[in-house]
Design a protein around this ligand. Structure first.
Ligand code: ZN
Length: 132
């Protein structure tokens, strides 16, 4: 029998009759090329079978709920941290505004006592214009 990849595939997939199987096994014992192809087919299909037959881990509701609660607690802590930072920032801004106001008031000259305005005496119009 000459080397035939179809025979390797049929042998691998157990599609041969008992006579064909025996004939191919006789050939296989002497053909390095068929042995290599059969090993490659087994490796490739073995990996495929491992992937296909893999089953996900059974669902653990308690563990899922624990992870969910842990995530919620982390989110709560993060929110609280953000609020503290905001409150601190607002407090700092308010303190800075008070300091600026105090500095402005302290730097201002003291208010002068109110002066009475002095106006020139208003003369009647007739006196200015030379009079009638
Ligand atoms: Zn062969």
């Amino acid at each position: 029998m000459s080397h035939r990849l179809d025979d390797v595939a049929a042998y691998h997939d157990r599609e041969m009759s008992p006579e064909q199987n025996a004939e191919f096994e006789a050939h296989l014992s002497t053909c390095a090329e068929c042995q290599t192809d059969l090993r490659a087919a087994r490796a490739a299909l073995g990996s495929y079978d491992a992937v296909v037959s893999a089953r996900p881990a059974p669902f653990d509701a308690d563990a899922a709920m624990a992870r969910l609660r842990q995530g919620q607690a982390q989110a709560r802590r993060a929110r609280l941290r953000r609020r503290v930072v905001w409150a601190g920032s607002i407090g700092l801004a308010a303190a800075a505004a008070v300091l600026v106001a105090v500095a402005m008031l302290a730097g201002r000259p003291a208010p002068r006592p109110a002066r009475t305005q002095q106006f020139a005496p208003v003369r009647p119009r007739a006196a200015r214009d030379g009079g009638p």
